[in-house]
Design a protein around this ligand. Structure first.
Ligand code: ADP
Ligand code: MG
Length: 681
């Protein structure tokens, strides 16, 4: 029997009803069950002497009931069973609330294990509602490290533990070993068999740690192999050959000198694009690192080689901004640029579409309208998506399907720790802009509490009077009586009242695209002094005249997100400020926010964010395509991740399609992961 496919109902003791409850936890097969790792453990392995107990200990004792339990009613609905118990070192008082049956369960003179929290007053020890077990009870749990599982209605801790016990007893010895002996040895990993047994029912703490390490490694290794295998599949595609011979003309026409990071990224992409294979590359760079220039260089190369490029961005405002900037940048070259968005007029659209068909346009810039059904391309050689995490990963493959096999560059403004990027974008090669253009002034960042309200107001006033503009970010659109969070609408009303001479507008995600575009455009033209907003302004809009950003309830946001928001200011030549407002007094929260005051390096910040809040935060929902991790934590297990990746890479180099017999078990597991579509992108 193949354990991975066996329904849990084949296990002794699991009928339809229990199976349904397990299904709710996402457990369908025996494999699901043995990889349903405990949420935590209770260490009942160490049995303490009563005389050694300390107040607050949670531990196990072995004691004899000293008297018959006494049941007394305290008031209606509250009764208590009390008795004393002893071991060779001392006496303890034990009480159970509302468990009157305990009166007839505990027998004077018999020995039991009790596990619970100790209260100690004036040298007298007590336990309330401890779990207990009779000394010789079959399958007893005390005296061991006991797993604690996540539960759902219809399942008790005992149900799950028993089911896992049966699964482990039946199958742990036959679990296929996917890590070969060399890998295990190099990385000091225990065998699968041992790990699956000891992660559930550890012999001791050491075995538990070894098992956990092995399973974390295994999970990350499997993931790396799956991504590697897919990348291998993609890489084989033939790509158009785009030469970079003319790039000097482009560089010479620039109004500034590219940074060495920009040059390196351009080189890396150019090598891909003339290799004969399709480029699939991620360009990562902090806000303001100059990703657009890299994109422009590649667009120029494509143009010189006779290919069309498409630049896709998430909003119309951004599309217009890019169009304006790039027309200027390319004015020397005769490169023809058009803009295609939702608000392009029908006649315009018709013209543009027909010109795209005849290859009369060299660069088309737009929103996802670029790849709607009625648009077709001739000679499309390069597709660049900007601020990619706004696009579903599926959209990327839709483009590839539609447009033949263009080279693809994905630009992401969210610096992601390298470890995570390698996993999330496992099928892409990565270039990093780790250097800002010279002369950038860091955005001076402060953390203040509500007592600064009045001063903040005069600061806003001063900035606007000096001809600058201000962003204010609130976590909510409207007031919500249940939460004391700042809302965009209320805040705007307040400002209008308190600063009557200044034009204030607000913007949020629930508005129509047209409305948002109107407000953004008026802000860009400096017709609005203050823009109150939710996080919708996070995406790459460039208003160099904005010199102050105030972020309310700053503790509500992730560090990377705050950094991203802050990147909206400091884009001009003036000194800029970011004020984080939070009334949260928790030391952890303050430490976290203070990181932003201390550094402007998005990569440093993202590493911290990953440590503190885990990987989920980098991309809202699960659209990053990461499968749910059972045991590994991408924020914490960075070292193991690196090792697992290196091993996976080495293994795939020697056996790219996992065809060798010794890799059969691994291939099966990888196939399982890919087939279940656990990895989406
Ligand atoms: P992002 O990486 O956030 O998309 P942009 O491409 O919008 O950054 O660039 C930010 C600003 O920096 C733009 O105004 C751009 O013209 C300018 N810039 C880009 N590269 C350089 C450079 N090498 N030297 C000086 N300014 C640069
Ligand atoms: Mg940008």
């Amino acid at each position: 029997m193949i354990y991975s496919d066996s329904d849990i109902k084949t296990l002794k003791g699991i009928g339809d009803k229990k199976a349904q409850a397990f299904n709710k936890l996402g457990i369908f097969t025996v494999y699901d069950l043995i990889s349903f790792y405990p949420r935590k453990y209770e260490d009942r392995s160490l049995i303490k002497n009563i005389s050694d107990l300390n107040d607050g200990d949670t531990c196990c004792i072995k004691a004899v009931a000293a008297d018959d339990p006494k049941l007394s009613r305290i008031r209606r609905g509250l009764d208590i069973v009390k008795f004393r118990a002893f071991d060779s070192t001392g006496l303890i008082e034990i009480s159970y609330f509302n468990q009157s049956w305990m009166k007839n369960t505990i027998c004077k003179g018999e020995q039991y294990y009790f596990y619970g929290k100790v209260e100690k007053r004036y040298n007298r020890a007590a336990m309330t509602n401890p779990t207990f077990e009779k000394d010789e009870a079959a399958g007893n749990k005390t005296g061991r490290i006991v797993p604690v599982y996540r539960l759902t209605s219809g399942l008790t801790q005992k149900n799950v533990t028993d089911a896992v016990r049966v699964a482990v007893d039946t199958f742990a010895d036959t679990v296929p070993e996917i890590l070969n002996p060399e890998i295990r040895e190099r990385n000091e990993l225990v065998q699968a068999r041992f790990a699956y047994k000891n992660i559930h029912f550890p012999a001791d703490l050491g075995s538990l740690e070894l098992s956990r390490r092995r399973l974390i490694f295994e999970e990350l290794f499997l993931l790396s192999c799956s991504l590697g295998l897919r990348k291998h599949g993609i890489k084989k595609e033939n790509g158009f050959i785009i030469s970079s011979d003319g790039i000097r003309d482009f560089l010479d026409a620039l109004p500034f000198t590219p940074t060495s990071a920009q040059i390196r990224a351009i080189d890396e992409c150019s090598i891909d694009m003339k290799s004969g294979q399709v480029m699939n590359r991620l360009l990562q760079g902090d806000v303001g690192s100059g990703k657009t220039l890299v994109a422009a260089a590649l667009i120029y190369n494509a143009f010189r080689s006779g290919f069309v490029s498409a630049l896709m961005v998430p909003t119309e405002v951004l599309a217009e901004q890019h169009c304006k900037n790039l027309r200027e940048l390319f004015s020397f070259s005769g490169l023809r640029i058009e803009l295609l968005t939702g608000s392009t007029t029908a006649a315009e659209k018709r013209r543009i579409k027909s010109e795209l068909k005849t290859g009369n346009i060299d660069l088309i810039i737009g929103t996802h309208a670029l790849f709607s059904d009625d648009v077709s391309y001739t000679n499309l050689g390069l597709v660049i998506t900007d601020e990619q995490h706004r696009f579903g990963v599926k959209q990327r493959s839709a483009i590839v399907e539609k447009a033949g096999n263009p080279h693809i560059l994905v630009m992401s403004a969210t610096p992601i720790p390298r470890s995570l990027a390698l996993i999330i974008y496992g099928d892409l090669d990565i270039s990093v802009l780790d250097e800002l253009p010279p002369g950038r002034k860091p955005v001076e960042t402060f953390l203040v509490d509500d007592s600064y309200r009045q001063r903040l107001l005069s600061f806003i006033n001063k900035q606007v009077e000096g001809g600058h503009q201000v962003y204010i970010v609130c976590p909510k659109v409207e007031d919500d009586p249940s939460e004391e969070l700042k809302s965009v609408k209320r805040y705007t009303e307040d400002l209008m009242r308190k600063l009557p001479g200044i034009s204030v507008e607000y913007i949020h995600g629930k508005m129509s695209g047209k409305e948002k575009d109107r407000i953004m455009s008026s802000f860009m033209r400096n017709e609005t002094g203050i823009l109150v907003s939710t996080t919708v302004i996070e995406v790459g809009v460039d208003v160099p005249n904005a010199s102050l950003m105030i972020i309310e309830n700053a503790d509500r946001f992730g560090l990377s997100q705050l950094h991203q928001l802050r990147g909206r200011v400091g884009r001009g030549s003036e000194k800029s400020y970011c004020v984080l407002v939070s009334d949260n007094t928790g030391q952890d929260v303050l430490n976290r926010l203070n990181i932003l005051c201390k550094t402007g390096d998005g990569f440093v910040i993202s590493e911290e964010d990953l440590k503190i809040r885990g990987p989920g935060d980098f991309f809202g929902e699960r659209q990053h395509g990461l499968p749910e991790m059972h045991i590994a934590d991408l924020g914490v297990n960075v070292n193991i991740l690196q090792k697992a990746r290196d091993e996976a890479t080495a293994l795939l180099e020697s056996d790219p399609e996992l065809k060798r017999e010794e890799n059969r078990a691994l291939k099966e597991q990888v196939g399982f992961l890919l087939e279940k579509n656990l990895i989406l992108n």
